[in-house]
Structure formats: C-alpha cells, structure tokens
Design a protein around this ligand. Structure first.
Ligand code: ADP
Ligand code: ASP
Ligand code: MG
Length: 439
C-alpha cells in the first residue's frame, strides 16, 4: 500500500486533475490518494469565514458566488460526458447551498471549521467523478470517518489506525482509495482540521496507520530545495534528507511540508518522497532513516516570531526558576521554539501569539519582561552541521552584516538557528546561499 498526496496546485486546474489520474494509475500497487482543496479555495473559505465573523454578509455572499462560478467552469473542463457533468454540478450545488445557509445563521467556531472543510470535500468528489468517467475503479473514503484529533487537538493515531483498518478490510476488493487531506473530527465529534497545509499531515498519518511502503507528497516543485525558492533565485533540490533534517526544515519554515507532518512517517519508518506533479520524472527528495550525508543541506526561515526576555538577577540561578517559566507557556499551550540563557536573563521565542498578553502578565512577577515582535528564525540544517570543519566560520562570515538577536546550537546536532529582525530575512537567506552553499 502506498500513499500519494496531491496538493492544491496539483489539483487546481482540470488538466492537472487529469494528470493526477494518470499518475495514480501508472502502477498496480494499492494506494490511498489524499487530495487537498483546489488551489485558492481554502484561502477563499477563510475569507468567507472572516467576513461572516465580522458580520459582513454581503462580502461573504460575493465570495461564495465567485467561488461557485469557479467550480462551475472547472466542471465544464474536467468532464466530457453530460450525465457526469450534471452529477458534478448537483454535488457542488449542495456544498454551495450549505455555504448559503450558513449566511443566515449565527457564526461560531464550529461553523468556521465546517466552512473550511468544504474545499477538500469538493475536490475529492470531483476527482472521483472524473475517475468514474475514465473507468478507474476506486472508492471515495470519507476522512471524517477515520481521521481523529484528541482533546489537545493532536492526531489520535491509535484511533485513526483502527478505523482505517476496518474501512480498508471492508473494501478489500478495491485498489485505489481517494480521501480528503486536512479535515478530521475532533474529540467532540465535530468537523475540524489539521491546520493550514495539513494535507501533508493527513498523508503521513495515513502512511503510519496503514504501514505504507512509501508516502509520496506530490506538489509544484521538484523536492525540498536548499533555500526558499520564493525568495532566493538560485536554489537546488536536495536528493536525500533524514527524517530529523526534514522535520527541522518543515518546522522552521520550509513551506513545502506542514510543520509537524514528519513524525508519523518517521515513527513508522515509512520513507517520504517529495515529487513534482508537473515534472513526474524528476528525482525529487527522499526522506528516510539512516542518512549518512553530513554538513549544511538547507536553510529555512520562519517569520512572525516574538522574542521574550525575562531578566531577574535574583531568581534566575535558583533551581526551579525555568520550570516556573515553562509552566506559564504550558498553561497557555504555547510552544517555545528557541531558548538561550545567561546568568541574569533567559530569552525565548514563540510564534503563537494568541495568549501573549496573559503570558507576559504571568511572567512579570519573575522579573523584568521585554518583548520583541517581528522577529524571524533562520535555521541552517544538516546532520552534524557544526562538526564540519570551518562550517560555523562560513556561516558567521556570510552573515557578518546582519544584527543577530539570539543564536541556538546543540539542542540537536543538525541545526544552527539565528533570531533576526523580519526585515533582514531576505538578506540573510541570500547571504547564507552565497557563503554556505556557494550559490
Ligand atoms: P501544496 O499546495 O502542493 O501543498 P505548497 O505551496 O504547500 O504546495 O508547498 C510547495 C511550495 O513550497 C513551493 O511552491 C515553494 O514555493 C515553497 N517552498 C518554500 N520553501 C521551500 C523549499 N525549501 N523547498 C521547496 N519548496 C519550498
Ligand atoms: N487546503 C488546506 C490548505 O490550503 C490544506 C492543504 O492544502 O494542505 O491549507
Ligand atoms: Mg502544502
């Protein structure tokens, strides 16, 4: 069994969906195909939700109507047979009817999640009708029947595994299953999601749950590049990465992967491949156990970071002080990304600022609290990175003109991270590209 996940751009045009159908029928291996929403749809759904939350029904209605028109023309190009076109139009109309009903009821967080789920529900249904048109035997597997998150909004892998196994067993005559990425049900039985970009997470969770041979993430680029291609022109794909390296890159901003999607595949030793739908013959990136290659492989940046410094000459050296600080973050379920300590102060960073006000209030009794907003973490990633002769020297030399707020190395041996102001991000990525990768 293999997993093939196709992102928004890979299904965002009718001809791309045709191509996806070709890719999934190339070999005989059983597969679960995970689809994202058509590119742009989830953004629009977010805008619809935001408009409703603000009480701007007129704006929401216009967004809904424009989106519906987009789907109507999509269907026109996706399908040839009239009866299947009508079937698709009818199905999509039901989803837009739902969105129009929402316009008339009062907005809530649960409703927001229902709105966000429409994209993946529609893309998989359309793809399934296209497979029907070209006579590809398959089954549409509703993700809401097996993808679960627990009370902490974390995937419940045990439950996913058993529900999926039951569904697969019941349909053991099928070889191709199609399902939705991103969406799931929560502890309360409501529709929920795995956060933006979460279809990668779905794929990795299914790969772990089904003990797949490989988890293929098909996207619009030929693998993980050594730098952010949206900012740096000269980048190249990396052929092989360890799970730890890929997890660091994803977490520290390489958008090609959802920040926490690596662990399920890693835990189950399922290799992950990043492949390009538009260039299927390209090698892409393989992410697996036991990667021998060492040295700097890639750099990624995560912006919108907030740095918090707690200064207290009296308490810092006392044992128990850091525990008290961490407990505040734990209370507000806010992960800490980077941390450094000195004799009189501790600095740490967060990217989730939802509870910043309360966190600061609770830290204030410990000492003086300073907050720096608009920061970026730039991480240079590679196995045993700082053990390569001259590597740290190369990194520091390349960024000599950029003011650095914090530095972190040694948490793992495959990551050197710098905290800088957002405004230096592009300059830093370009400088590292030149100084470290010679590009
Ligand atoms: P999908 O819709 O298939 O999930 P995403 O847009 O989420 O695709 O991810 C692919 C995009 O990630 C690429 O188009 C690229 O611009 C961006 N990206 C950012 N950093 C990297 C990187 N280091 N390597 C490859 N792609 C990256
Ligand atoms: N459609 C969702 C999003 O845009 C999930 C995904 O594409 O991975 O975030
Ligand atoms: Mg993505």
């Amino acid at each position: 069994m293999k997993i093939m996940k196709f992102g928004g751009t890979s299904v965002g045009k009718p001809e791309r969906m045709h191509q996806v159908a070709e890719l999934i029928t190339k070999d005989e291996e059983s597969k679960i195909v995970v689809l994202s929403a058509l590119s742009g749809t989830t953004n629009t759904l977010v805008n619809i939700s935001d408009a409703l939350a603000e009480g701007d029904k007129k704006k929401a209605k216009k967004l809904i109507d424009d989106l519906e028109n987009h789907y109507t023309s999509f269907i026109g190009e996706l399908l040839k047979k009239d009866e299947l076109k009508s079937k698709a139009v009818k199905i999509i109309a039901e989803h837009f009817e739902f969105l129009n009903i929402i316009l008339r009821i009062s907005f809530s967080d649960a409703l927001n999640k229902d709105i966000l789920a429409q994209g993946e529900l529609m893309s998989t249904k359309l793809f399934s009708i296209y497979l029907e048109e070209i006579n590809v035997d398959h089954l549409l597997l509703p993700a809401l029947e097996f993808m679960r998150i627990d009370g902490n909004d974390e995937p419940d892998l045990k439950s996913i595994k058993s529900s999926l196994a039951t569904l697969l067993k019941k349909n053991s005559n099928k070889k191709i299953f199609v399902t939705q990425g991103y969406i799931c049900k929560n502890k309360r039985g409501e529709v929920d999601n795995l956060k933006r970009g979460g279809s990668d997470y779905t794929a990795s969770l299914i790969a772990a749950a089904a003990n797949a041979s490989v988890c293929e993430i098909w996207t619009d680029i030929d693998g993980m590049h050594n730098n952010d291609p949206r900012i740096v022109k000269k980048t190249k794909p990396i052929e092989i990465l360890s799970f730890d390296e890929a997890a660091e890159l994803a977490y520290f901003g390489a958008k090609i992967l959802h920040p926490t999607c690596i662990w399920p595949a890693q835990q189950s030793h399922v290799p992950v491949k990043l492949l390009n739908t538009m260039q299927p013959e390209a090698k892409g990136t393989t992410i697996q156990d036991n990667v021998e290659t060492t040295g700097a492989k890639a750099v990624a940046a995560k912006d919108g970071i907030v740095a918090i410094k707690i200064k207290s000459s009296r308490m810092l050296l006392a044992y128990g002080f850091l525990r008290k600080v961490f407990e505040v973050f734990e209370k507000y379920r806010t992960p800490i990304d980077m941390i450094t300590t000195s004799e009189v102060a501790v600095s740490l960073t967060i990217d989730d600022t939802n509870h910043l006000k309360n966190i600061i209030k609770e830290l204030e009794p410990f000492g003086t609290v300073e907050v720096d907003k608009d920061q970026t973490i730039v991480s240079i990633v590679g196995n045993l990175i700082a053990e390569e002769k001259d590597m740290l020297n190369k990194i520091f030399k390349s960024i000599k003109d950029i003011p650095v707020r914090m530095i972190s190395y040694g948490g793992s041996r495959h990551n050197v991270s710098f905290l800088i102001q957002d405004k230096y991000k592009n300059e830093m990525l370009l400088a590292v590209n030149k100084g470290v990768f010679g590009m």
